[in-house]
Design a protein around this ligand. Structure first.
Ligand code: FES
Ligand code: FES
Length: 161
């Protein structure tokens, strides 16, 4: 089947098996290596992308569901002000990331603050625990997410930018 969708602001089209994983399409066909294919079961959270504005585990999304959608990966998110705010807050909080899941962490932070401008500590820990990370804990990343909120720059992620 032909799958047409918007990827990081650009119209794209490709031939795919209807059940092919979105994570495979993005990594193998578009060379978007920021997302990791780790567990392939929706557990580790390392393959997250925005699908129509909602953060999803792309390993669980079949190609046929992507038709007509808007997909934003970390590569697309990186050019936004929201990314800058999140990255700075993590740095200022002294959170050291090895690079294996920082893309997923940043996207999860932006997604949380887009849906909830005033999350509680529990909300933040719950969100961050959806990303399996060997380098940090949800308590460590809490400080960074709080930093984004305090800078008042993480509230709205304008997907059009
Ligand atoms: S690879 Fe998708 S959640 Fe783990
Ligand atoms: S930053 Fe190293 S595993 Fe998450």
């Amino acid at each position: 089947m032909i799958v047409e969708f918007i990827l990081n602001g650009e119209d794209v089209s490709l031939k795919a098996d209807p059940l092919e994983r979105l994570s495979d399409l993005l990594r193998d066909r578009f060379g978007l290596s920021s997302l990791m294919s780790d567990c392939l079961e929706g557990i580790c959270g390392k393959c997250v992308v925005f699908l129509n504005g909602r953060l999803v585990n792309s390993c669980l999304v079949p190609a046929f569901k992507v038709r007509g959608s808007e997909v934003i990966t970390y590569e697309g998110f990186k050019s936004t002000d929201a990314h800058e705010a999140v990255a700075r807050a993590f740095e200022e909080a002294g959170v050291e990331l090895c690079g294996f899941c920082d893309a997923a962490m940043f996207l999860a932070t932006a997604s949380l603050l887009e849906s909830n401008e005033r999350p509680t500590d529990e909300d933040i820990k719950e969100t961050m625990s959806s990303i399996y990370c060997r380098c940090t804990t949800p308590s460590i990343t809490l400080k960074a997410v709080r930093g984004v909120i305090e800078s008042k720059m993480g509230g709205k992620y304008d997907r059009a930018r």
